[in-house]
Design a binder for this molecule. Structure first.
Ligand code: SER
Length: 591
């Protein structure tokens, strides 16, 4: 049904004159404040802020999203690390009336959800923005009774992706998930009402000081989670019992010879299924993410390790190909929707296998460490492993606390599990703080320096092709106001001479005071003109092409400076490897 839901949704909005966007990369482009896209609107921020989108003013898609702040909730029936968000957008085109009417039509006419099962919430207003009576009126005109409309405050009916940037009041749609008849009056506290769709009326831009100003256009941003709505349509209260997951869970039951009916085992099965799907999607992405100790690579590593730990818990032979088997099932489910999954099949399986082998070695090292620790303790007549040590085994060697307890009991020793939990919690708080740092802040930073670095990145890309050869391609880009970071495909370390040549070319082009020109054209035309395309699967029919004099031509959303004379002196600060065949340059421009 999940397949169906995505197709039904996209087709419905195509029939309302929307254009379909391909899902963007899992990594937000040019946005260092965020590790992964967390909502369908995120790649569209520049357009919500007023940029013209090459596909027009009505867009729809399903977007690859991750929400990782709740990693520990994964394992219950409803949480996932990776999920797909369906969305439709109006960029200054239609507003509340059409948005609400179409949502209602899709739910009741296409998905055939009875209106008796629906309730909605709207914004009750605050000192700055009045109550959204308009949305309430529209809902009533469609047949939602007054009692089923709740007016709520900012915590419920206001949405923005970050602390600054595009935001607005929203109207949320709820479905009554129960065999009982839905009460006439909507009670927001009653958990049987489950949110299924969020329509945000993005007409404001939140400033760093907390105030809001009006955007140049009134936009609509909606989001609907595929797994949740699929569960509703298939009438189950456990996402993992839907057609999205059923065969995967059955496969894990078969491999482990355990039953999903046992809640402890079910939890492990959900984690294994969820994490392998996330691993497949992350490693398939054209951003070329590989396991590492930082940023997205670290998340990938954690997911693989966590998945293996839970497989061990289910007594699965982790040296077998169980994970590859499951990954292959997931690939075959998703390749139709994400061409990169199809294209990068081999890489996905390699990433999984290599990291698993590495982790097995770490576990072995951990066992040696464990023996060393217990010998020392025994000599001192201590028969308890303290919380800190247990946590070190967990953190450095990936030892789940259960494993430490089990191994200790074989040596007639105890483990201070409470002490372990305290250390664990402290660590978790720290890493949460770390990740919320990543999530807060301006989403699309169009500060002057960012724009400058963005243009410099184009010059660098072309200069690298000139010096290292035409096969050099962008693998990722990350810009802060302090520097640019550019990942590209190239097998070996650059020599000092090559780096110098690249620097000289970029500086030469800057000094030539080249105009930066933006043109819109078809993808075909762009290709004919030799424009460099970065992530080919994400373009619509019409694209923007930025030319820098006659030197560089790239398909890109912008924004850019008008002339290279606005840039400063370009300097490569660092060149290093970030994965097999991928190099990274960090560089600055100094004024
Ligand atoms: N951006 C909103 C959300 O994530 C609607 O898509 O809920």
């Amino acid at each position: 049904m999940s397949k169906n839901l995505k197709d039904l949704y996209i087709n419905f909005f195509l029939s309302k004159e929307h254009k379909k966007l391909e899902s963007a990369s899992v990594i937000p482009e040019n946005d260092p404040t965020c590790l992964f896209n967390t909502a369908g609107m995120q790649p569209l921020i520049p357009y919500l802020m007023g940029e013209v989108h090459p596909l027009g003013t009505r867009l729809t898609n399903y977007q690859k999203c991750f929400r990782l702040t709740d990693l520990d909730s994964v394992g219950d029936k409803t949480h996932h690390t990776f999920f797909e968000m369906l969305g439709n957008w109006s960029l200054g085109d239609y507003f509340k009336k059409e948005s609400i009417t179409w949502s209602f039509e899709f739910l009741t006419k296409v998905l055939n959800i009875p209106v008796e099962k629906l309730a909605v919430t709207v914004f009750k207003g605050n000192d700055v923005v009045p109550a959204d009576n308009e949305s309430a009126e529209i809902w009533m005109s469609l047949g939602i009774p007054k009692e089923r409309i709740s007016f709520l405050g900012e915590e419920d009916n206001w949405w923005g992706a970050g602390e600054t940037g595009p935001c607005g009041s929203d109207t949320e749609i709820f479905y009554f998930r129960s065999d009982e008849e839905a009460p006439l009056k909507h009670d927001p506290e009653d958990e049987r009402w489950v949110e299924i769709w969020n329509n945000v009326f993005m007409q404001y831009d939140r400033q760093a000081d907390g105030s809001i100003i009006s955007l140049s256009k009134k936009n609509v941003d909606t989001g609907m989670g595929v797994e949740r709505v699929t569960a509703i349509l298939e009438n189950v209260d456990d996402n993992y019992k839907t057609s999205i997951w059923k065969d995967i869970i059955e496969k894990i039951e078969e491999i482990s010879n355990k039953s999903y009916e046992n809640e402890d085992d079910a939890k492990c099965m959900r984690i294994i299924a969820d994490h392998i799907r996330a691993i497949v999607i992350i490693s398939a992405d054209d951003a070329n993410i590989v396991p590492s100790n930082t940023d997205q690579g670290y998340i990938l590593r954690r997911l693989i390790r966590r998945m293996i730990r839970y497989a061990k818990k289910l007594e699965i032979d982790v040296n077998s190909d169980f994970d590859l088997e499951i990954a292959k099932m997931i690939i075959s489910k998703y390749e139709k929707y994400y061409p990169e999954v199809e294209r990068n099949k081999t890489r996905i399986l390699e990433v999984l296998e290599t990291e698993k082998n590495k982790f097995s070695k770490t576990l072995e090292k951990g066992l040696k460490e464990f023996v060393k620790i217990t010998e020392i303790l025994k000599k001192q007549n201590i028969n308890s492993i303290n919380g800190k040590t247990a946590f070190r085994l967990y953190d450095t060697f990936g030892f789940p606390i259960e494993l430490t307890v089990e191994l200790a009991s074989e040596q007639n020793m105890n483990v201070d599990v409470n002490g372990f939990n305290t250390c664990y919690k402290e660590h978790q708080d720290k890493s949460r703080a770390g990740s919320s740092q990543k999530f807060k802040g301006g989403m699309a930073d169009h500060s002057e320096m960012n724009v400058k670095y963005h243009t410099t990145t184009h010059l660098l890309h072309q200069a690298l092709k000139d010096v290292l050869g035409p096969d050099v391609n962008q693998k990722g880009s990350n810009i802060t106001p302090e520097r640019l970071r550019f990942d590209f495909s190239y097998p070996t370390k650059m020599t000092d001479e090559q780096k110098k040549k690249v620097e000289d070319i970029v500086n030469q082009k800057i000094s030539e005071e080249l105009d930066v020109i933006c043109e819109e054209m078809s993808v075909e035309q762009a290709k004919e003109q030799g424009a460099v395309g970065l992530f080919t699967n994400k373009y619509g029919d019409i694209v923007k092409v930025y030319s820098i004099g006659n030197y560089s031509k790239e398909i890109c959303g912008g924004p850019h400076v008008n002339n290279t004379k606005e840039l400063g002196t370009f300097k490569i600060k660092k060149e290093e490897a970030v994965g097999a065949g991928v190099r990274r340059i960090k560089a600055t421009i100094e004024i």
